[in-house]
Design a protein around this ligand. Sequence first.
Ligand SMILES: Cc1cc2nc3c(=O)[nH]c(=O)nc-3n(C[C@H](O)[C@H](O)[C@H](O)COP(=O)(O)OP(=O)(O)OC[C@H]3O[C@@H](n4cnc5c(N)ncnc54)[C@H](O)[C@@H]3O)c2cc1C
Length: 482
Amino acid sequence: MDIAIVGAGAAAVGLLDALDPSVVTSVTVFEPASTLWRGRPYQPDLDSVLVNAPPEIMSIRSGDREHYARWLGGRCAGFADERLGRPIPPRAVYGRYLAETAEAALARFARTKLVRVAVTGVSLGERLSVRTSDGRVHEADQVVLCVGGGTPLDHYGLAGEPGFVADPYPLERTLADVPPGRDVAVIGAGLTAVDVVASLAARGHTGRISLVSRSGTLPFVWQRPVETGIRRLTPERLLALPRPVTLEHVIELVRAELADHGESWDDLAAWTTASARRDPVESLREQLAMVDAPLLARRIVQEAAHTAGPVAWRLLPVRDRELLRARHFRTITTLASPMVPRNAAVLLDLLDAGTLETLSGIERIEAGDGFRIVHAAGERTAAVVVNAVNPPPHAIPRAARPLVSSLLRQGAELDPDGGLAADPDTGRIMVGGRPDPRLHVVGDLAGGGPFLVSGIPGVAVQAARAARSLGSVDQPVDQLVK
Ligand SMILES: Cc1cc2nc3c(=O)[nH]c(=O)nc-3n(C[C@H](O)[C@H](O)[C@H](O)COP(=O)(O)OP(=O)(O)OC[C@H]3O[C@@H](n4cnc5c(N)ncnc54)[C@H](O)[C@@H]3O)c2cc1C
């Protein structure tokens, strides 16, 4: 079988690692970027750009939680996050893990080829024809789209203004010309904004840093990982619920899971709501003090958001999904994607020193001899504005737009929640209303998932499912699930 993989980021690495070389004989990987296997997040960058999660949830090999931790083993000196009790290396180090995993995986196939240009279309003839931006055509039996996700949107129309950084990565390049004493505004208050602040601090920035966002709330802080022993909030238990499944049923399951551990959903919900209203500095201080707290509730909900969450999302009626998106988007992302304590400590030091501030209720940003930021409590000026807003989930990456358009013209469909409509159990792309066994999608472009951008564990699971599915093209779909 000849397989074409479009994109060489983490999703492609997980896929290559999961493919069976006795089924797949030839692999062609298409990637226009200058660095392979690292995608947007894990390219060479400043040492202050850290991974956002402990090693046990960063394995790119689904079903082998220790794969990355083993690789990191002897290489982790100097990366300890003491409060978390885990090594948290720079993202570029994780990129090296991905690159070495990809190279080892590629060595197992009879024929491999790297094509360093973008794919612009796939023709769904008897065999698949993959067109590239240099005008060539490559034949394949199977095509897997591993093209990644979106980039930050320019909400305030600042593109091209001097001093505006439209996409912060790599921070090594985008922060290089920021004068250390000038005032910087960062749009957003999520994990990308945390990367920007930690990197400005590491470069010895002395000017004021303003985090400007709608809510003004910072991500929560990771708690020391412990075995949660989740029994009820699992994909299997969700799938076994009587239909139709509503948000109430899911909350009942959360309630029962926490009660099993002697904890309370009502207490967690009340604490989460109160945190969002509390002064961000006090909230961050409290969070840092809770890294070691034995309570499991937050750890359980965080873990379940990534494991059971995608299954729950598929089962929920549209009205409940809309409710979650409209009312609880910020709370869920804050709970599900916390920052590492090392970065939290950097932010708290800067907040205490008055170098960093959080401003909420952002209204507009005007450019002209620097920037004027209008927010709920007044105005701020800044010499530099860094765009750190989260890209919308399931966005179509710019580099993949011609490819996606070509598939849409041939009967593929967009999912109403974003991304390409795909069968969730196999990752097969829907063409003409049916999953096409020759076309798969792995990563954020796969539609039908919740509004959380896929982290490594989710991407690894999808990659393993796609590998199983394309290795079993003659089996009925229901035999491929799990
Ligand atoms: C800044 C950032 C930090 C993150 N940190 C973490 C973390 O610490 N822990 C965690 O679990 N998750 C993290 N994530 C989430 C997750 O790890 C990433 O989303 C993951 O890297 C996704 O991998 P991917 O291969 O799907 O996409 P990407 O890594 O973006 O790779 C996609 C590749 O496809 C290529 N491509 C696009 N279009 C085409 C085309 N037409 N032809 C050929 N190639 C194409 C691109 O050039 C790119 O190299 C982070 C995400 C971001 C954005």
